[in-house]
Each structure stands twice: as C-alpha cells, then as structure tokens.
Write a protein of this length. Structure first.
Ligand code: PMP
Length: 282
C-alpha cells in the first residue's frame, strides 16, 4: 500500500495534508532526498541521510528528527506499506508560518511518500536513451538537494518535447550534469565524470559507481568535459538512484556506439554492489 507521511503521522497517500502556509509550498524552502528500497531495504540509507543533513545544514534548516528517529520512521513506513520494492521521497521544509521571507521560529517539517517504484523500461537500458544538450540555468549551489527544481523541470520538459529522456546541462561550455542525473563518459578506456563541485549534485549513485569502477580496475578521472568531448565519447551514461546506470545512445544529433563494453562491466559490478549492500543492511 502506498503511504504518505506528514505532521508526525503516516497517512493515506491521497490525503490532502499540506497547510497553506507551509514554506515548502510557499517558497520551495526546503531540501529532499530520494531513496530506493530493494527487498524491503533502503539502499545506501546512511549516504542519503548524510546528504540530507548536509543539504539542510547548508540552508540553515535544523532537521526535526535525530538520525536514529529518521531511520526508525523510514523503517516503520516500509513495514506499514508492506512494499518490498519502493520509491521513498522525503522532504524537510523550514516549517509552517505566515508568508515572510525571513526565517520563522517554527520547527522544520518532514513529509514523505512511499510508493511503488517507477521503472525505466528494459528497452531504455538495451538501446540507450536520447539526450539533449541545454544551457544550465541553475544557481551556484547545485550541491544542495533543494526543493527548488524549476530549471531542472524546464530542462527535462524541453528534452521530452524533442523526444529525449534526459537533458544534459552545459555551463560555460562544460557539461555539469543531467537534469536529474550525473553524466559519465568513457574515452580510450578511461571513465570521466564532472568533479563534485558546488555546480553539481554529488549523486549517491555517482559515488558508488566510481567506487565500482575503481574496484574493476577502470581508470577514473573527475574532470570537466566539453561538448565536443562528450559527443566523441566511446560510451556515455547517466546515473541516479532511480535509474542506476543508463546508457546514452544519442546526444543531440550525434549517435554513440551501440557496443558498450565498459558500461556492461560497470552495470554488472553495480548490480553486485547493490545486492551486497541490501544484504549487509537487512
Ligand atoms: N543530479 C541531479 C540534479 C539529480 O536530481 C539527481 C537525482 N536526484 C542526481 C544528480 C543523481 O543523484 P543520486 O544518484 O543521489 O540519485
């Protein structure tokens, strides 16, 4: 059963619960996390909660629950939902207070949804996806997983309107990341990805895929990449918690090779990593 959570209680997923003065609603004044549950276990939970803490701290939001309590709430939600495979979104906002830009004295609010997972069709992994290069119009602090996603939404929509599954964002001539993913390129057996500066969200999948690559003996370079560089890739892919490793078949009009030896190797390694993690955590 899909579930919602707000104001300290699990609720029917369709219940309307957000008060009009909720700052998440009024200002997008908050942070979020997305966690994927496999076999009843939230993958890489501690990495996600670490990032939630970092994001909240960067926005001077005090989390309304301790780490242990957050873990308990997530665990309770998974059990109540009885979903073995699930998508969990958590939002922490600066709370509820009559509209005023200044921080209120109120306590931060946690909301959460636990739903059946959204899944990319197998075909997308086999064939790879089409992507569109677009100007990165976001702010200077993209390392914060903030609720403000307007430029990301607009970019994803613009990509979709051209039949593309992801927008690859470009700032000052260099690739930053996808609208909801991190970008990787393989050239001459070396794996490249944009360095985790303030200009990108340092994806949990990015971190874990880089670790898998190193385990596999693949040389890794965190380096800024130009448009020409990515278009001349031997292989390229995007990563995120929901999609894992998703090959790129096309960037604008440029088609990439459909043979992907390193992506295949990494996909295998990441699958094993995921199963091990779930086993260790459960
Ligand atoms: N960058 C952006 C902008 C994202 O929205 C996401 C997905 N939330 C990612 C990267 C990938 O992050 P993760 O691997 O932690 O899901």
């Amino acid at each position: 059963m899909e579930l919602g959570y707000y104001d300290g209680q699990f609720r029917d997923i369709n219940e309307k619960v957000i008060p009009i003065d909720e700052r998440g609603h009024q200002f997008g004044d908050g942070v979020y996390e997305f966690i994927r549950v496999y076999k009843g276990t939230p993958l890489a939970l501690s990495q996600h909660l670490d990032r939630l803490e970092r994001s909240a701290k960067a926005l001077l939001i005090e989390l309304p629950f301790s780490r242990t309590d957050l873990e308990k709430i997530i665990e309770e939600g998974i059990q109540k939902s009885t979903l073995e495979e699930a998508d969990i979104y958590m939002q922490v906002t600066r709370g509820i207070s009559p509209r005023n830009h200044l921080f209120p004295d109120t306590k931060a609010e946690l909301s959460m949804t636990i739903r059946h997972p959204r899944q990319m069709p197998d075909e997308a992994y086999e064939k790879g996806i089409s992507t569109l290069l677009l100007e990165d119009e976001r702010w200077a602090n993209c390392y914060i997983k903030s609720l403000n996603l307007l430029p990301n939404i607009l970019a994803k929509q613009a990509a979709a309107s051209k039949g593309c599954k992801e927008a690859i964002l470009v700032k000052d001539g260099y690739i930053t990341e996808g609208s909801s993913s991190n970008v990787f390129v393989i050239k001459d057996q070396i794996l490249y990805t944009t360095p985790a500066t303030k200009q990108i969200l340092c994806g949990i999948t990015r971190t874990n895929v880089l670790a898998c690559a190193k385990e596999e003996g693949i040389q890794v370079r965190e380096q800024h990449m130009t448009i020409d560089f990515i278009k001349q890739a031997d292989e390229a892919f995007v990563t995120s918690t929901s999609i894992g490793i998703l090959p790129i078949a096309r960037i604008d009009e440029q088609h990439l090779s459909s043979t992907r030896p390193i992506i295949d190797k990494l996909t295998n390694a990441y699958q094993i990593f995921r199963e091990q993690q779930v086993h260790i955590q459960s």
